[in-house]
Each structure stands twice: as C-alpha cells, then as structure tokens.
Design a protein around this ligand. Structure first.
Ligand code: GDP
Length: 451
C-alpha cells in the first residue's frame, strides 16, 4: 500500500534524523520533499499546500527546533496532520434505532461496488454479528445480479433479486418488505453503475433513495483512479448527500492521493477500504492507523484485529501442543496455511508491522498464490493416513508417484514439498523449545515455499 509515498517520506525523515538540532532551513528542505512526495502520489495540490502550511506553522515554533528530538517531533506533527487530513476520528457505519438499517451503495462501473456490497455484508455478519440482506438492484450490467448471488452464496448471506425486468425502485420497495418479514437488520442495496456520471443514473439513484430512505449512502470509489476518484466523489456528493465512501483497490499499486485528499476535498469520510478481491478484504478505515502505515510505522492494531477475526485461539494452542510433541502433520500444515492465507497476502501483512515495510521491498516477500494452490493440490491427493504420517510418503517412491499423478504435479514437486515440510517441522521444534509461539512463525515459514 502506497509503497512509493512511504519510501519518499521516510527518505525525507531520514535526513532530519541525522541532524540533531534542526535549523529552519532543514525543516524547509524536508517540507519541500514531503510536498513533492505528496504531489507525486497524486494528492490534490490544494490539499498538499494546506497540509504543508499547517506542518510548517507547527514545526517552525522555536521550542521544537531547539529540542534535541526535533526530528521525532516533526515526524509526529506530520503523523498528526495526516491523521487530521483524513478526518481524525474513525466514522462508524450507521446503525438505525429501528431496524433494518438501510445502506445504499453507489458508484461507477468497475469501481468494485458489487464486491464491496458482499464484503460489507460479510463484515456486518462476522464482525458485528448482524443479519444482512443483499439486494440486487443493478438491472443493467448483465452479470451483476448473478455476481451478487454467487458472492452471497459464498459468504452465506441472503440475496434479494427480482431479475432484470423490474424497476430498481420496485426492487427496493419489495426488498424492504422482505427485510421486515425476514427479520433482517441490515439491507444493502447494490445499485447500477455507469461508465460515466449521467443524469439518468442520478435520477435512478434518487428514486431508490426516496423509496428505501437509506440511513447510509456509500459511494464506492477506486483508489487506483487517483484524483478522478476525488472528482467522482465530489459530484456524487453534490447530488446525493453521501454519508461516506468505500475506497477500493488499496492493495494495488495506487499512489495514495485519493485516500489522502478525498476527505479534505469533499468533507465525506472514508468508512471502509478494500484491500483485495476476496470477500474478507475489507477494513474499517481509521485515519490514525492509515497515517501510521503511510509513514512506514506499521499498523499493529489492524493486524491483531485481522488475526483475531480469522485465527481461532483454541486451534492455535492445540497446534502449539502438537508441535511440542512433534506431532505436526501435513494436515495441520494445510490448515495453517489456509488460515494464514485468510489473513491476507503476506506482503500486506508485513506492511502492518513497524519497520517491516522496508524488508518487504528488499525481499519482495509474498506468498505466491499459485504455489499455495500447488501445495494444496498435493496434500489433497494424499490419503488421510499419509497426511497424518508424512513418513509413509517420504519412504515410498510409489506413493510419491501416485500423489504426483493425482495432483497433476511432478514427482519433484512432491519431493520438494516433503523436504520443505521436514525442514519446517525441525525449525518449529526449535522454536517451541525456545518457548516461542510457533504458530506466529508460520507466516514467515509459509514464505519458504516460494520456490
Ligand atoms: P462494480 O462494477 O463496481 O460492481 O465492480 P465489481 O464489484 O464487479 O469489481 C470490479 C473488479 O474489481 C472485479 O474484478 C473485482 O474483483 C475487483 N475489485 C473490487 N474491489 C477490489 C479491491 O479492493 N482490490 C482489488 N485488487 N480488486 C478489487
């Protein structure tokens, strides 16, 4: 996330750090670099200028320049101001006093609206323990209804649809009845997108709004489109009075400008960010955590929350006991790999650990999805007995051949997996004898399977 921006900002801070006491010129140079980094990241130029002005005002105060930790203080000011720029406090999703809470999702085609609807439903279901209903009101994009139904099936959330021959207002009206009847406490309406903003789209959205009286109108914008995303948000906000934004595709090589500018330009808070294609890849947006990540200081809170949502504490303890007893099997390995994978791509996780951002650039460490699928295929081709007792496979070449054939892999792939597994088992044993929690080391170990 925002790698280039982070590297540039850290470069500017590094120069300050080397200096001890700072002169006004030092600060001026640093601010110039920060400003340039922001502009390169596609931050709106008015926003960048205001931002720098505020930092200068605070940093050039006598007190700070005199102090020995001037560099630290400048970094703190940048952190504070960046948090403020993105809105300061987290703005939570609405929760209507009288259910159902209605959320209407709008956005241009391809922004990630349908995906975001499913992600939000999963978040409400899993994290907030709600009972959401997804509503397919995009009757124009041919595959949109089907896409929502498939996603709903995957995440176990009901999808209300009346096909593509009923008007979106009627769909919304009947969906509200259905929600009340079925005891749903959230209604998420996936509306139609267009390639460009047009009158007809706005009219349709206003019609749905009249019928459904949403508590939230969230605009889904694609962070990769930079300042365009900000302009689109401004336009929608003028017409629809948005209550917030979902900014998608922050996992891509977006430069970050949209995330940094949109609140300041439109006054609309980002409520969630999308960080991948999977339904789990949605995070509530916290300005302070995001600022910390952009400045390369990590975001341990989000990491912990993600781990808590995905990794079962009891499982982790059982696993630890197994490793101590040297009973770690390929079956455990597979289930661990799948859990770690649910946490998100490894490079994203590394970015959340303070100081690890740099390392990730050095190593380009990412768990290669293809590689993991290969491992899964191989393990799935083993019998239960083999998974529980890998020695059976290690000792028998005919078993290895059969497994290779069954999984569509080469025998050397099977051998490689077994070798790595063996190395890992030894390493884990060492970890556990050191009293470290081995399950925590798994993320790193999974990286060993890169090739
Ligand atoms: P819609 O036309 O706005 O409904 O867009 P879709 O929900 O169909 O998404 C368009 C494409 O963007 C799909 O390929 C999604 O998988 C992808 N997408 C959506 N959100 C994200 C995200 O946060 N990260 C990434 N990498 N891809 C996303």
């Amino acid at each position: 996330m925002f790698d280039t921006l982070t590297t540039r900002l850290q470069g500017a801070f590094q120069k300050l750090r080397g200096k001890g006491r700072l002169s006004e010129d030092d600060v001026k140079d640093a601010l110039r670099e920060i400003r340039r980094a922001l502009l390169e990241a596609d931050v709106n130029h008015v926003v960048a200028k205001d931002f720098i002005d505020r930092i200068r005002e605070r940093a050039v105060g006598q007190e700070i320049l005199q102090s020995l930790s001037a560099a630290q203080q400048v970094i703190k000011i940048v952190n504070d101001e960046m948090t403020e720029l993105m809105g300061g406090e987290q703005v939570k999703i609405a929760h209507a006093a009288k259910p159902p809470t209605v959320i209407m999702l709008a956005g241009l085609q391809g922004a990630g609206k349908t995906t975001a609807a499913a992600k939000l439903a999963l978040h409400l279901k899993n994290t907030e323990h709600r009972h959401p209903l997804l509503v397919a009101a995009d009757i124009y994009r041919p595959a949109a209804i089907k896409q929502l139904q498939v996603l709903g099936g995957q995440i176990g959330v009901s999808v209300f649809s009346l096909g593509d021959q009923v008007s979106p207002q009627d769909i919304a009206r009947q969906a509200m009845d259905e929600a009340r009847r079925g005891g749903f406490d959230y209604v998420l309406i996936d509306t139609a997108g267009r390639l460009h903003i047009d009158e007809a789209l706005m009219h349709e959205l206003l019609d749905i709004q009249r019928v459904a009286e949403p508590d939230e109108i969230l605009l889904v914008v694609d962070a990769m489109t930079g300042q365009d995303a900000v302009n689109v948000a401004q336009h929608f906000h003028e017409q629809l009075s948005l209550t917030g934004l979902i900014m998608t595709k922050l996992d891509g090589d977006t430069r970050g400008g949209a995330a940094l500018s949109v609140r300041h330009v439109t006054g609309c808070p980002i409520k969630f960010v999308g960080t991948g294609e999977k339904p789990e890849a949605l995070e509530p947006f916290y300005p302070d955590r995001m600022a910390s990540r952009i400045l390369g200081m990590g975001d341990v809170m989000t990491l912990i929350e993600r781990a808590q949502a995905t990794i079962d504490e009891k499982d982790a303890r059982e696993l630890e006991a197994k490793i101590r007893r040297n009973e770690f099997t390929l079956e455990d390995f597979l289930s661990q790999l799948q859990q770690v994978r649910k946490l998100g791509p490894l490079d994203q996780l590394l970015g959340m650990i303070p100081g690890m951002g740099k390392m990730k650039q050095l190593q380009g460490a990412s768990v290669d999805e293809g590689q993991i699928k290969k491992i899964e295929a191989i393990i799935y081709s083993m019998s239960l007995a083999e998974r529980r007792n890998p020695d059976l496979v290690m000792k028998s070449s005919s078993r290895r051949q059969r497994i290779a054939k069954g999984s569509g892999m080469e025998v050397r792939d099977v051998n490689q997996l077994l070798r790595k597994f063996d190395e890992m088992r030894k390493l884990m044993k060492q970890f556990s004898s050191l009293g470290k929690n081995p399950s925590r080391a798994l993320g790193g170990l999974a990286g060993q399977f890169k090739g």
